[in-house]
Design a protein around this ligand. Structure first.
Ligand SMILES: [Zn+2]
Length: 434
């Protein structure tokens, strides 16, 4: 028998265009698929629903897609701040990460999933290690994820990481009722030499999966690559043939004109991480220009030690404002365009654009309900501007992922919130040696 879930009474922002708003409408989901979007009373089989959600005073919109993070780094939130990237990594982050066990990564990811669900994120792109444990947390929490085992070619674990990546794809791609997709995750061009990247590319082609990689995050990386290979990071990767594969390139802060054209034409997507780039003083990524060139750009929070939260509403707003001030042009990244980046474009960046990111018949039901009866959402001149520029994560009240109710009126149904926070707290203290 089909499981049928109906949302009624909501204002629906379908994300199929700035004016594609149904003032009072209903959305029917059957076995996870959105099968009907329309006016009140128009859904078929009105009286045999398994679940009906009354959503008066709420906006239904696609859940946010966080297309670049390292979820289990929640355990490092507030552990090391206000430092330069290299000493931050080598003195604080990497030694802490060396002490992580698989079980730590599970609870760190559970905390991340809890935080993401509560703030309206329904899908995230992850790059980390102990990925079996990450996948377990994704399965349990009910969220959707695109998982990559981070691979550092220059590390002693480089060869094992290739094997583990292959296992991740074989064991988890398409699992958790189809909510998990796998990619390969070579960390960056400066940590993965050409011969290693060659192996990654062969494996990706063999397994028919995409590649998630950090690219041109810092000025130092850009200058070092020029010195070492006589090419920019993007042109170096292009010369190796990486962009023949579906590539999600994270950061892309330091680019020349040719780099931007290569990314716009050849990358599956770019993950814009504005708050991480600001906090680590990496620079302002030229996203307004990349969008002009036709690039697909999604938004990511990056890990919570360089952000320090996973709040996509905050991230998309910061991303829009940073582009405005960076270009000295308030017209770039307008509200609707930025919401697109945080939903459908993020899905496209990870190869899921045919499945999530819109409220539309034929898509999977990844939908959030946002309370608009709040002082900071009043008056209602412009729903889209209120969502992009005034809403905060606490306004997200209900979350549906893959047609299943995961949070109802602020209460997460798939996890014991107290237990997740207590485990994360205890493990984080142990790891920090406290
Ligand atoms: Zn990252």
């Amino acid at each position: 028998m089909l499981s049928k879930l109906l949302i009624r009474g909501a204002t629906i922002l379908t994300m199929e265009g700035p004016d594609a708003i149904i003032e009072t409408g209903e959305i029917l989901m059957e076995d996870g698929w959105i099968t009907h979007v329309g006016l009140p009373g128009s859904a078929p089989g009105y009286f045999d629903m398994d679940e009906v959600i009354e959503a008066d005073g709420e906006v239904a919109m696609p859940g946010f897609v966080n297309c670049h993070t390292h979820a289990a780094m929640t355990l490092l939130r507030g552990y090391a701040d206000d430092m330069s990237l290299m000493p931050w990594l080598s003195e604080k982050i990497w030694p802490f990460e060396d002490r992580l066990t698989g079980e730590d990564v599970y609870w760190g990811t559970m905390l991340a999933c809890l935080e993401m669900i509560k703030s309206g994120t329904t899908c995230f792109g992850d790059m980390y290690f102990f990925m079996d444990h990450v996948a377990r947390a994704v399965e349990k929490s009910g969220i959707r994820a695109v998982l990559a085992r981070g691979m550092v070619g220059v590390a002693p674990t480089g060869a094992a990481a290739l094997t583990e990546s292959e296992e991740l794809v074989k064991n988890w791609n398409g699992k958790a009722d189809g909510r998990i997709t796998a990619m390969l995750g070579p960390h960056a061009p400066y940590t993965c030499p050409p011969d290693y990247l060659g192996k990654v590319m062969d494996l990706a082609a063999k397994l028919k999966v995409g590649v998630h990689i950090h690219v041109a995050e810092t000025r130092t990386e850009y200058d070092d690559m020029l010195k070492q290979y006589g090419k920019t990071p993007v042109q170096h990767l292009d010369s190796l043939g990486l962009f023949k594969l579906p590539v999600l390139a994270a950061h892309c802060v330091h680019l020349d004109q040719e780099d931007m054209e290569i990314l716009a034409q050849k990358a599956m997507g770019i993950a814009y991480n504005p708050q991480s780039n600001m906090k680590l003083a990496s620079g302002i990524a030229p996203m307004a220009k990349l969008l002009d060139l036709g690039a697909t750009v999604g938004i990511g929070t990056d890990g919570t030690s360089s952000n320090n939260n996973l709040d996509m509403l905050e991230e998309l707003r910061a991303g829009s404002y940073l582009q405005k001030v960076g270009t000295m042009n308030p017209e770039v990244l307008p509200a609707y365009r930025t919401l697109q980046m945080a939903t459908i474009d993020g899905a496209l960046c990870m190869g899921l654009g045919d499945r999530v990111g819109l409220i539309k018949e034929g898509m999977r039901g990844d939908i959030i309900l946002v309370d608009i009866k709040q002082p900071h959402m009043c008056p209602q001149h412009n729903l889209v501007a209120n969502l992009a520029y005034a809403a905060n994560c606490g306004d997200v009240r209900t979350v549906i992922i893959d047609g299943k109710l995961v949070m109802l009126d602020g209460a997460v149904l798939t996890m014991d919130e107290e237990k997740v926070m207590a485990e994360a707290q205890e493990r984080a203290m142990r790891l920090a040696g406290k």
